[in-house]
Write a protein that binds this ligand. Structure first.
Ligand code: PMP
Length: 341
């Protein structure tokens, strides 16, 4: 791996970060007349810019130290910040595999960074013959690996080879890891100084509306995220929502198990339909389903107000179907049964 000095954008290395009122006085007691806040109201004070309470609960849950955690306004913020920290616009490049989560491409474009998309092989796994030449390209600063991958659902093998042979930063997007039987990379975070793992409260924790995303990395990398992020990037309401969910984590784990068993049932029911050609195995809370005619079936479902994701333009004739409640899944299956080609 290159040193962080070689990887951080030169203007970011020179950046004098914003120093907020809460950076300059860290106590919690006192008469606070330093941040031009309103003395009246319930949400009148700025939130903790470093989300210390939330991080200490997360550190316990995830068995990592608090200085290895970054909390973002959704994990989409983690993706955007990574481009801003590591990639010089118009010069540096990033790489991912396709098909995958669409925001890597959008974030790359916003930051004027070329994103190389290496196609997965027919099993939606990394094609190392195609990938290897890129691993030694010094203009590539970031590699995004989504595992379990959206929209294909499978976990990605061979990431260790990339971590060991690529000189830049590897971001493993584990948005769906809590639905998977596979181990998170978190346990091995300390082995790889170039590793960033992103996770989110939007999926298994059921807090998509709250916008709380996470990055785990070395304290040094997390420090750069803290310098570049907007000072109060996670609102008090969002922090409270995440803390509340962590207090009731038993409920979350129960719901994860429910979603997992619904997924097995859904898979079985989909498999029995004639219009379904293939249900891809999934470690996430969704299924990629090949059907006889994705565009027509998508239109048929939409007419009945059953909304799935048409991925025909990404994987031919495929729909991505989220695992809903038993009742929602039943409605969707009924609508599929009513389809006449
Ligand atoms: N990564 C993946 C793979 C996703 O599918 C999504 C959301 N669909 C995100 C990240 C973004 O999640 P968040 O709500 O945390 O921004």
């Amino acid at each position: 791996m290159k040193t962080l000095d070689q990887l951080i954008r030169p203007n970011i290395q020179k950046l004098k970060p914003y120093s907020s009122a809460r950076d300059e006085y860290k106590g919690t007691d006192g008469v606070f007349l330093d941040a031009n806040e309103n003395p009246f109201g319930e949400l009148n004070r700025y939130p903790d810019p470093y989300q210390k309470k939330l991080k200490s609960k997360l550190a316990e849950l995830k068995s990592v130290s608090t200085d290895s955690i970054f909390v973002g306004n959704g994990s989409d913020e983690v993706i955007d910040l990574a481009f801003r920290i590591f990639c010089e616009p118009g010069k540096d490049k990033a790489l991912t595999f396709s098909p995958t989560y669409g925001m890597y491409e959008v974030s790359a474009a916003i930051n004027d960074v070329e994103l190389i998309k290496v196609p997965f092989n027919s099993e939606f796994q990394i094609d190392f013959d195609l990938t290897k030449p890129f691993l030694s390209d010094p203009s590539i600063k970031l590699i995004f690996v989504c595992s379990p991958n959206n929209p294909t659902g499978n976990s990605i093998s061979g990431i260790e080879e990339i971590l060991k042979s690529f000189g830049g930063i590897v971001i493993i997007d584990e948005a769906y890891i809590d639905f998977s039987e596979k181990e998170s990379w978190l346990k091995r975070l300390n082995e790889f100084p170039n590793l960033i793992i992103s996770q989110t409260f939007s999926k298994a924790w059921g807090l998509a509306a709250a916008r709380v995303g996470l990055a785990f990395a070395s304290a040094e990398i997390i420090n750069w995220f803290n310098k570049v992020k907007p000072p109060y990037n996670v609102s008090e309401l969002n922090q409270q929502a995440a803390l509340k969910a962590l207090e009731k984590k038993g409920e979350t784990f129960k719901k994860i198990n429910l979603i997992k068993s619904e997924k097995i049932e859904l898979e079985r029911n989909l498999d029995s339909l004639e219009i379904v050609k293939k249900v891809y195995p999934s470690d996430g809370n969704f299924l990629l389903v090949e059907v006889s005619d994705a565009d027509k079936i998508y239109a048929h479902l939409t007419e009945q107000k059953i909304v799935v994701r048409n991925r025909n333009s990404v994987v031919r004739n495929c729909l991505r179907i989220t695992v809903g409640s038993a009742e929602e899944n039943k409605k969707m299956l009924n609508a599929l049964q009513n389809y006449k080609s």
